[in-house]
Design a protein around this ligand. Sequence first.
Ligand SMILES: [Zn+2]
Length: 434
Amino acid sequence: MVRAWDPRIESMPKDELEKLQYRLLKTLVYRLYSFSPFYCRRMKESGVHPDDIRELGDVAKLPFMVKSDLRDNYPDGIFTASRDELVRYHVSSGTTGKPTVVGYTAHDLENWTTSLARALTSVGLGRGDVVQVSYGYGLFTGGLGLHYGAERIGATVVPTSVGNTERQIELMQDLQVTAIACTPSYLLHIGEVAEKMGVSIKNDTQLKMGILGAEPWSEQMRKRMEETMGIAAYDIYGTSELSGPMFTECTEQQGIHIWGDLALTEIVDPQTGERLEPGERGELVFTILQKEALPMIRYRTGDITMMDDAVCACGRTHPRIARLSGRVDDMLIIRGINVFPSQVEHVLMSIPEMGEHFMIVVDRKGSLDTMLVQVEVSREAFSDKITDLMNIRAKVVHALRSILNVNVDVELVEPGSLPRFEGKAKRVVDKRVI
Ligand SMILES: [Zn+2]
């Protein structure tokens, strides 16, 4: 391994790592059965006792936990730490219902920071780097999470948060920022604003890396950003229920390392809840092995991905998850076929005449679903003749139909005409909801 924050843990032999996970799981289950009324009731309802956990795979005997469990017990009904042990709260935005509250003990914050220290070291960051944290600071976990992780490895943090993009670009230049952490759509926005200011991210800044997440993005989008901005772009994963952003890819860019001593990963069929094998795509389920304030056993994240159990080329033994394909609830069902917005992005990004921004509009005519993809063409393609645009449109329609197996209509629009997002991009308008 080239460089690691904690080589002893990160390259621990797989069998030892699994023994450690089993020991932590067993301790967690006994603790919650004894001290958490919520978990004790859940285990009794599903007829499972801590003594039934005799090997790591027995985690599958335990009941799932879902987001509504947190909402139903708002604000702190599932907490297992007393109020005076808590040192911080984060609160989710609650866009689809009641917000969820996550509490942290000092030990929880320490594990979160350690997780990111390992992750940021694995992408090659360290002392001497200047990290611009352009995730939101506040109740959202992104800003503060990255902030403490980057400080821990000795990097210098510029806590810009989201917004005021022109100033972000000025600071990026003046403070010689080497890495930025933000959503992929916000980095695209920064690139566009920089261009208008006459600043080339590639030639006029020291930026060499993006740590990008909080929304799904495609491999094609990565290639494009890496080429146009002259950076290496790394995927980061986490949700507030786990602590916040915790895990990233390493420099191999072959999946996100999930630190096995902190989290036990499973992939299940979103419909049946059955466990799937490595390489099979399904819903990501986490058991957080060392959390004190808000323990999570078999938490269903709603994120779709697959697991790779093999030792990584970087030497790290901890399992990896693939780039997310979307969310269980983002999945669109168009005439009975499952469609993820990320598939659309993947197709569009592979066509050179397309810009980075698109919208999917789903509607219903009579009893049939319709799907319209509006996409901005690139500036170069837009200045070409109309006949060329007609040909490009036909190409896009063909590419989308052959990948999605769905009848799609395409509308090419002028560069800059679709809405831009500073946080998570909202790329789907579903008009079928009556
Ligand atoms: Zn690796």
